[in-house]
Design a binder for this molecule. Structure first.
Ligand SMILES: Cc1ncc(COP(=O)(O)O)c(C=O)c1O
Length: 455
């Protein structure tokens, strides 16, 4: 399709894309024609390494053969079904997921999008507790349904929403690189949480229902909470009769080097988790999972959630195949190896390139925070944009994210199936871009800030 025709369709038939959103300017980006494994190809035949895994739905690679085979089997039998009757792929998926969930999580309910699963999780927590107020992290993102999940996606400006849901408020995200209290972990004893909870208690309008959080705040700039944060959140929930709801959309099913992101902290036991993104291996299916006790309490109080396509056999078949791939191909171990490879190279580069302020994340959810100078940590938004453009030009795709107004974190989310040679190719492109934008300047001596960034 030539550029003139594209422009005509965009201008005449497409709803305009909001410029400041992360999709802003998509009409100027390459038009994707096909995708296999870690590579996408545009309509001009140019290849790109896809280090954003589609919209994170291709973390098992695009068109994984085992998932394609399951989808083809479903195509030959039944793709859609009523949700007033059970079907075999749906039953098989409940069983397979249930056996994988860390106890006491056991029960699942299927929906379509990540936003659906978070909305269902919040509603379940409210029904189970009889409470209303839900708190989330101020750099969190949980979905784009216009009422509930956008109201809880504090990393997007809530002022952009038409109406904000009542009983939703933010607490401070534990962003240690830019501590909101100016403290340092572990000496800080995670005071951001204590102060936040004191405020939250003052703001609650009734009985609180839940805390909602991501194990790694992905869209908020790949923020990894300090060790012990979630255990403290869990204790705070218990004290207040609230449930701990973990959104595993971006961290679940192997991506962080463990099956679920919350498992990086010993002893944390969420009451409810939400799973989506690569759960369907590229098709849209999500799940809300709970302990039997929470699920039964919520249902006794009238809880239900569904969608016309929730439980469609084709989606459930893809879900079952994706879980098989995660387990049989030990994707968590692969994610961990990719993390080591990328972090090692970025840490080496940080010794030379001042622009690299912080290298963080887990598994295949990694962030490189760019700063104009390491002392003041002035966010390098413009540089991040130029680096992403340079990489795109040279065959590497990723997104730039950050906390609220910041857009200075290069977020790398390669599929877990990415081969070492592909990782190295992506790193070489990124290195060229970093050097080009940073001016290739070699620093003479190492400062303390350099050493910290390189740790
Ligand atoms: C952590 C998290 N939760 C939920 C969602 C919403 O998922 P979906 O876009 O499938 O509704 C997203 C989307 O990126 C996300 O990052």
């Amino acid at each position: 399709m030539d550029a003139k025709r594209v422009r005509k369709i965009v201008e005449r038939w497409m709803l305009p894309t909001e410029k400041s959103s992360y999709m802003g300017g998509l009409e100027n980006a390459p038009i994707i024609a096909s995708a296999t494994g870690s590579t996408v190809v545009d309509t001009e035949g140019r290849e790109y390494l896809d280090f954003q895994s589609g919209q994170m739905g291709a973390a098992l690679g695009h068109r994984h053969p085992k998932i394609m085979a399951a989808i083809e089997r479903a195509l030959a039998t039944m793709i859609h079904a009523t949700n007033t009757m059970l079907n075999v792929p749906r039953l098989r998926l409940h069983e397979k997921l249930g056996k994988l969930l860390p106890p006491p999580l056991a029960k699942s309910l299927f929906l379509v999008s990540g936003s659906d699963s978070v909305e269902a999780a919040v509603d379940m927590a409210r029904k189970a507790t009889g409470g209303t107020d839900v708190i989330g992290l101020h750099a969190g993102l949980h979905g784009s349904t216009s009422y509930m999940t956008r109201s809880l996606s504090f990393n997007w400006r809530r002022s952009k929403h038409s109406v904000v849901a009542p009983g939703t408020s933010a607490i401070l995200a534990p962003y240690c690189y830019r501590c909101p209290l100016g403290l340092k972990f572990p000496d800080c004893r995670i005071q951001c949480l204590d102060a936040s909870l004191e405020l939250a208690d003052a703001n609650f309008t009734g009985r609180p229902a839940a805390f909602l959080g991501e194990p790694i705040l992905s869209a908020g700039g790949v923020i990894v909470p300090p060790d012990g944060f979630y255990k403290r959140v869990e204790d705070a929930c218990e004290d207040r009769g609230m449930l701990l709801v973990i959104d595993e959309a971006q961290t679940g099913l192997g991506k962080t080097g463990k099956l679920f992101g919350f498992q990086h902290e010993a002893g944390v036991t969420p009451d409810i988790i939400a799973i989506s993104k690569h759960f369907g291996g590229g098709l849209p299916i999500s799940a809300v999972c709970a302990t039997a006790e929470v699920a039964e309490r919520a249902v006794r109080n009238g809880y239900f959630a569904t969608r016309s396509h929730a439980g469609d056999p084709i989606l459930c078949a893809a879900g079952e195949a994706s879980l098989d791939v995660v387990v049989e191909e030990d994707m968590a171990a692969r994610a961990h190896l990719i993390e080591r490879r990328i972090k090692q190279r970025m840490t080496e580069l940080a010794r030379e390139i001042e622009l690299i302020g912080d290298v963080r994340g887990r598994g295949v959810l990694l962030g490189i925070e760019l700063v104009k100078d390491r002392h003041k940590k002035t966010p390098a938004n413009d540089e991040a944009k130029r680096i992403a453009a340079h990489c795109l030009e040279h065959g590497l795709i990723f997104q730039v994210r950050g906390v609220r107004e910041l857009a200075n974190v290069l977020r790398l989310v390669p599929p877990m199936t990415t081969a070492d040679a592909e990782v190295d190719r992506a790193l070489a492109i990124l290195e060229d871009a970093l050097r080009a934008v940073a001016g290739g300047a070699k620093r003479k001596g190492r400062t303390k800030a350099d050493a910290r960034a390189a740790e």
